[in-house]
Design a protein around this ligand. Structure first.
Ligand code: AHG
Ligand code: MN
Ligand code: MN
Length: 321
């Protein structure tokens, strides 16, 4: 029971020999996600849709759910006593939490504009060993990472460096139970995810890559289908399960794209690699990038090995930047 489908998260981690302090931290994140899920379910009823009127350090409108979820996560991980420093999309500066072996990086609500239209949302987290100024080494040093996807059901995709596991929130028992252990991404897929509305700003390499995926060429499994929801966690969930590629490229308006290295690209890259997939900026594996600032952005191509390598080949043709 302890390690097969149906196992509860803490029980499964203990069975896998995960160190107790990391188990406690992951359980506190899962407990926060359980509370955020309850808020998400009632967002429309509880007047939690819409924006607060504030803008965050990224210059983006703060949604009411962003603020509420950030508070829930901060309180939960503070109470765990396992986090020395917390970096959040919703906080300009790292927050010292008084001690503990870990540094935690969070995107409290991913895809927050979906809150206004009852669309899927997520929470993303990355765990490193504690670092003095909050700036961690390259993502390969992560001690764990994951996301929670609040869709028709709520899934937790998580790794502590020994494979990729999916847990599902039992809505009655309010427990995350093992749904799919040791997930492996298909080596290639049939779908891609990208905001094609930005095509006018794309580089020649990105256009050529998307043209390749959408060519009328049945022999090479083309054209791929486009699936894009506005929530990276929901779009990536499909790709981790069914293969394919999610892209948020750099373009003429935003050279480094939109997504943040420490609490979006890097944790998701760790998950993808643990499942045998790949994640790249187009020029380097995401997990090899040494961060310079806590909120830095990075272009992202993530998913099956075949499609991510193809994206890299097209981006590389553009020459070194
Ligand atoms: P966040 O809500 O945390 O700022 O992240 C939103 C991200 C991601 O979830 C999504 O894939 C992407 O932004 C969508 O951006 P575009 O609307 O530019 O496609
Ligand atoms: Mn996000
Ligand atoms: Mn967010």
């Amino acid at each position: 029971m302890g390690s097969g489908p149906g196992a509860e998260l803490g029980e499964f981690m203990r069975g896998d020999g995960v160190e107790p302090s990391l188990i406690e931290l992951l359980l506190s994140v899962a407990a926060a996600a359980d509370r955020i899920e309850a808020l998400v379910r009632r967002a429309t009823l509880a007047h939690l849709v819409g924006v607060t009127g504030a803008t965050n350090v990224q210059g983006e409108a703060v949604h009411k759910l962003d603020e509420a979820a950030n508070r829930i996560l901060v309180d939960a991980v503070r109470a765990s006593g396992r986090v020395a420093i917390l970096v959040s999309e919703e906080m300009a500066e790292p927050l010292p939490l008084g001690g503990g072996p870990f540094a935690l990086y969070i995107d409290p609500v991913d895809g927050s504009s979906n809150a206004d239209v009852n669309g899927s949302l997520g929470s993303i987290f990355s765990i490193h060993a504690a670092v003095p100024a909050g700036l961690p080494p390259a993502g390969r040093a992560q001690r764990g990472s994951g996301y929670v996807m609040y869709g028709p059901g709520t899934s937790l995709m998580v790794t502590w460096g020994r494979g990729l596991h999916e847990f599902a929130l039992d809505p009655d028992a309010r427990r995350f139970v093992l749904a799919r252990p040791d997930l492996r991404l298909p080596p290639s897929g049939r779908t891609y995810a990208v905001n094609s509305g930005r095509r006018a700003y794309w580089t020649a390499g990105v256009r050529a890559f998307v043209d390749d995926l959408t060519a009328d060429d049945g022999k090479r499994g083309r054209p791929y289908s486009l699936r894009y929801s506005g929530s990276l966690t929901a779009d990536l969930h499909r790709i981790l399960l069914e293969g394919g590629v999610y892209c948020y490229p750099g373009d003429a308006k935003a050279a480094d794209g939109k997504l943040r290295l420490l609490y979006e690209a890097s944790p998701l890259a760790f998950l993808a690699e643990q499942g045998g997939g790949r994640a790249s900026s187009g020029r380097a594996p995401i997990l090899d990038i040494i961060p310079r600032t806590i909120h830095q952005r990075v272009p992202l191509y993530i998913g099956s090995v075949a499609e991510v390598e193809l994206a890299e080949a097209y981006v590389r043709q553009e020459g070194a930047r």
